[in-house]
Write a protein that binds this ligand. Structure first.
Ligand code: GDP
Ligand code: MG
Length: 441
């Protein structure tokens, strides 16, 4: 993606806001790149649509090019989709013994991943884990798990010839209770393709074990196939999380995006090799960087944005020192407050504002109120913002109406502005150092 995008983006060098044409040109390339990274077509399409509407008209940060800005927007949207609202890595394994059912196609990495997770639970969380192979079709598969168990020092359920998967699951459950295990993991058999027998067997085991987690293990290199497999397993068995294996390969990780967009299932872990510690919690940032392959540009844009914010703050300080504090300044402050975690948090950080903080909490100010105040300021004309003294009754009515609020609320805002303006003047006179320090905080 990197080369392709920089080609287009070199051409997008003018500054200002991102035009629809800029964005369209860039999106054509992003689309091709996503497809090359194995993102499925409908997902790529949906994704592009979301980015396009977010990017068009957005101001381009000083000292970066429009192309670089688009990359940042694409990157942020990628993370948004990849992240969802699930917490990666954290398995629900309270109240022992907690069963974890491992499902997936043959060769996807179930057995290896079972051992990897067992090792992780043992080493990081001090859990006592029992592993059981339910792969009765291939005796070698049961041996494989036993060998892995020895390697990582995790117990495996003794192999009994001629038992069916449901019987093994029952025995694992009993053994886990009697043996005081925290977790028992059921490594099921897979097949080359999803078929009714495979699904029926997995469902029968599920009904016996009543698993706390059902983890689907899929090969991240198989792209669209991985998504189809996930959808099918989730429909028939119910999946609580996904492990994408072979993410150490050449693939760009597009399967992760399709998986999230189509199934909505959390990706819990990624497999990064054959070794038993080659398992990591799913990290949206990292995968986004990989799909996009443009980490440097993202960092550059972030830095430029930070610099810009610092410059704005600096400019504002100079104005305060001259005793200037108009509605535009207040609006910027209000927006900053929302960003920094609400008014109480911010006032608490400012020296000499302890009293204000108390007033704020007593008045029950919250982010919604901040948003209403911003709406009021937006409803003022340029002149009014620069000089709030202009605001007489008729103007006030118009402004309040424009924001869909009461004049009373506007009066409160004006009072607040006056108070803050007084404070700013005082602090401004108190010397540069103090105020700069404050802005940095
Ligand atoms: P199962 O049939 O689903 O149980 O798959 P296995 O666990 O037996 O794995 C099949 C092959 O894939 C083995 O050779 C594993 O070493 C390999 N494998 C599993 N996970 C990964 C991974 O994350 N990266 C790589 N490179 N190989 C893996
Ligand atoms: Mg296996």
């Amino acid at each position: 993606l990197s080369d392709r995008l920089s080609g287009v983006f070199d051409r997008l060098t003018k500054q200002g806001a991102l035009s629809a044409d800029d964005v369209k040109a860039a999106m054509r390339e992003v689309r091709v790149a996503l497809l090359e990274a194995d993102v499925s077509l409908p997902v790529a399409r949906e994704f592009i649509k979301a980015v396009e509407s977010k990017a068009t008209g957005q101001a381009v940060t000083k000292s970066v090019t429009p192309g670089q800005q688009v990359v940042k927007i694409v990157h942020d949207e990628l993370i948004h989709v990849l992240k969802g609202d699930a917490e990666p890595g954290a398995l629900k394994i309270s109240s022992p013994p907690a069963p974890i059912l491992m499902v997936g196609l043959q060769g996807g990495g179930k057995t290896t991943t079972t051992a990897k997770i067992a090792k992780r639970l043992k080493e990081r969380e001090g859990k006592k884990v029992l592993m059981a192979s339910l792969d009765v079709n291939r005796p070698a598969a049961m041996e494989q798990l036993a060998i892995l168990g020895t390697q990582i020092g995790v117990d495996t359920l003794p192999i009994v010839k001629g038992e069916d998967p449901v019987a093994i699951a029952k025995r694992a459950k009993t053994q886990a209770s009697l043996g005081g295990y925290d977790v028992y993991m059921l490594d099921t058999a897979g097949r080359l393709h999803i078929d009714q027998e495979l699904i029926a067997q997995a469902a029968a085991v599920r009904d016996v074990a009543n698993p706390r987690e059902t983890l689907l293990v899929v090969d991240g290199l198989t792209g669209q196939d991985a998504v189809n497999v996930a959808t099918e397993f989730d429909d028939k068995i119910g999946v609580t999380g996904v492990v994408l294996t072979r993410m150490d390969g050449d693939g760009r990780g597009g399967a992760a995006l399709s998986m999230r967009a189509v199934t909505g299932k959390p990706i819990r872990f990624v497999g990064l090799g054959e070794k038993l510690d080659a398992l990591e919690s799913f990290d949206p940032e990292r995968i986004a960087g990989r799909i996009l392959g443009m980490g440097d540009i993202v960092a550059l844009v972030e830095k430029a944005q930070q610099t810009l914010e610092a410059e704005q703050a600096e400019r504002m300080i100079r104005r305060f020192q001259k005793g200037q504090f108009n509605m535009n300044d207040l609006k910027m402050q209000l927006e900053q407050m929302i960003k920094m975690g609400g008014m109480e948090g911010l006032a608490g950080m400012m020296p000499g504002m302890g009293k204000m903080q108390k007033q704020i909490s007593e008045a029950g100010v919250d982010d919604k109120m901040l948003a209403r105040q911003i709406a009021l300021i937006n409803s003022m004309t340029k002149k009014e913002r620069a000089n709030p003294d202009l605001l007489q009754a008729s103007r006030k009515k118009r402004i309040a109406k424009g924001a869909g609020l009461e004049v009373q609320e506007l009066n409160r805002l004006l009072k607040q502005h006056r108070q803050m303006s007084d404070v700013m003047k005082k602090i401004g006179k108190g010397g540069k150092g103090g105020l700069r320090q404050m802005a940095k905080q």
